[in-house]
Design a protein around this ligand. Structure first.
Ligand code: BG6
Length: 537
């Protein structure tokens, strides 16, 4: 994660429909890009799962964006491995077609408008397809031969595959000697990028870590949580640590509670098979939502070195009080204003008890946060798409305004908006105009688009670039993955066998009523998903 201050908006391409291509023709010594960053070192990126959705939707758009920004080295190569014989040209044409579709689609995160042909050609020339089954030795032998011909020796193996292939691929890479750094005296790096889900509970995550670490060193393993690739998530640390305003009040003495929401309007989108096994809790809580919690709650690191940041985050994961079934509410969407019920989705059992909604009350047991509830919720087919963090301050200490009791004042809430809105807002009170001293609530907000020319960024640009540079700040360390799973183990495997009941909620609603009751126990309420702006008078 670069800590160079952002270049002003005026330095950036103003119109995403007219991208400017700054690709590097040659070496690692190419000049720094306008964003003040240097191109990554030359490397070969081997993508397992080259024909999959992740490659099309996220990796290729991210590589294209990095090429547009001149952040890739001329010596880069991209080898796509997938089952099924195909010519490279067919694969490249297929990728190009999807990229053009995403670029033209206003609803896509990669809404770049017209593609920059020069940048795409630059990427396309470096693509090479290799057919192979992930569970046979043959493909690894051929890969080894291919990699021996590539200069430099730096290789990233990206596992954009179903999690059942993680172990066999790493094992075969290890046995084929492909994970040995400095192979042939070339001094190159060998890195593995692993997507989530990283295990399905503590035992399986431990087992997976042990397996991977028997073939590779921890420093070679880049475990992705794509939420950390989002600018708005990285900005949580900037808001906290680059402003004098927030940090003094960022503690239990002033903060009443924190709400972390990742609400979606989409259903399971054809992923019924995966979702039936996973559910909303495993899919989002101990990974994405805990990562947001970590960014909000971590102590200031001494520097932005990967280990300094990851140590502070690990402290938070360790301080999370293990959740019990009583701290959690599960829900499943039923037929409602937004469409069919979960049980009617393809590949879903008609009597499925998989949760599509999960809410949790979490405590971080350390000096700064003891007693402050963190309320986490996520769900499919909810009333609005909204990923955000709301930090609510404690009320003022006594009644100063005759006509306005303390509890009638609007609480101060700082909201960090991650998606789809990008920015912050702050709710506070002012005197209303007129001769009488009356207090009224207002909201001050900042939107990224008002200050910066936003680019069609899919969130994988920084992650790929950092991996090429060897910067692990935004990747998960083995210990943090395991402590996160440990914190939810009693919910996944309840000691007395009492599974968390799954409550129904209408598709398109705010979630199950029981989730409201979870907060009402503490005298709190969820912030409505639909309408959160304070109304103008
Ligand atoms: C993924 C989950 O990790 O994150 C999906 O598997 C979820 O179920 C997605 O929809 C949400 O990510 P984003 O970036 O779209 O908010």
């Amino acid at each position: 994660m670069s800590t160079t201050p952002n270049s002003p908006a005026s330095d950036r391409p103003a119109n995403p429909d007219e991208p400017s291509c700054k690709v590097n023709a040659g070496s690692h010594d190419a000049p720094a890009s306008p964003a003040g960053k240097r191109p990554a070192p030359p490397c070969t990126l081997v993508i397992f799962g080259a024909g999959g959705d992740l490659t099309k939707r996220l990796l290729m758009p991210a590589l294209y964006n990095l090429a547009v920004d001149g952040l890739l080295d001329g010596g880069m190569k991209i080898i796509g491995v997938n089952h099924g014989e195909r010519e490279t040209k067919e694969w490249v044409d297929d990728l190009h077609k999807s990229l053009e579709q995403f670029a033209a689609d206003k609803a896509s995160t990669f809404h770049a408008g017209k593609l920059d042909d020069k940048a795409w050609d630059w990427v396309a020339q470096r693509l090479d397809y290799m057919a192979g089954e992930f569970e046979t030795d043959d493909v690894f032998t051929r890969l080894k031969q291919r990699l021996e011909q590539t200069p430099g020796g730096n290789v990233i193996f990206y596992l954009a595959v179903s999690s059942r292939f993680f172990k066999p691929i790493v094992e075969r890479l290890g046995k084929a000697g492909l994970l040995k750094e400095g192979e042939g005296g070339k001094g190159g790096f060998r890195r593995i990028v692993i997507e989530k889900p990283f295990g399905t509970d503590l035992a399986s995550a431990r087992d997976l870590n042990a397996h991977i670490l028997s073939y590779a060193d921890e420093s070679q393993v880049y475990r992705i949580d794509h939420f950390l690739g989002k600018d708005t998530v990285q900005s949580i640390l900037a808001v906290r640590f680059a402003n004098a305003l927030f940090e003094p009040i960022w503690r239990r003495e002033y903060i009443d509670s924190v709400q972390i929401t990742a609400a979606e309007t989409i259903g399971v989108e054809g992923r019924g098979k995966f979702y039936e096994q996973t559910g909303a809790f495993r899919d989002m809580l101990p990974n994405h939502l805990f990562q947001l919690l970590g960014m909000v709650a971590m102590e200031p690191p001494n520097s932005f070195d990967a280990e300094a940041v990851r140590d502070k985050k690990a402290d938070i994961m360790n301080a999370i009080q293990p959740l019990t079934p009583d701290d959690v509410v599960f829900g499943q969407y039923e037929k409602g204003p937004a469409g069919i019920g979960y049980r009617e989705e393809p590949d879903v059992a008609p009597d499925s008890t998989t949760e599509t909604y999960a809410a949790a009350r979490v405590f971080v047991e350390n000096w700064r946060w003891a007693g402050v509830p963190f309320y986490l919720r996520t769900g499919k087919r909810l009333a609005a798409r909204r990923t955000e963090i709301s930090v609510q301050l404690k009320p003022v200490p006594f009644r100063l305004f005759r006509d306005t009791p303390v509890d009638a004042l609007t609480p101060n809430v700082l909201t960090l908006r991650i998606d789809p809105a990008h920015g912050t807002s702050f709710d506070f009170n002012v005197k209303t105009p007129g001769p009488v001293m009356q207090v009224g609530a207002v909201q001050s907000s900042f939107d990224y688009a008002d200050f910066f020319a936003e680019r069609a960024n899919v969130g994988y640009e920084t992650l790929l670039y950092d991996c090429m540079l060897g910067d692990e700040t935004l990747f998960q360390r083995a210990d943090s993955i395991e402590t996160s799973w440990a914190a939810v183990d009693d919910v996944l495997h309840p000691k007395n066998g009492g599974a968390v009941p799954v409550r129904g909620y209408p598709a398109g609603s705010e979630g199950p009523a029981e989730a409201d009751a979870l907060l009402a126990r503490d005298g709190h309420a969820w912030r409505p998903l639909k309408q959160q702006a304070i109304e103008k008078k």
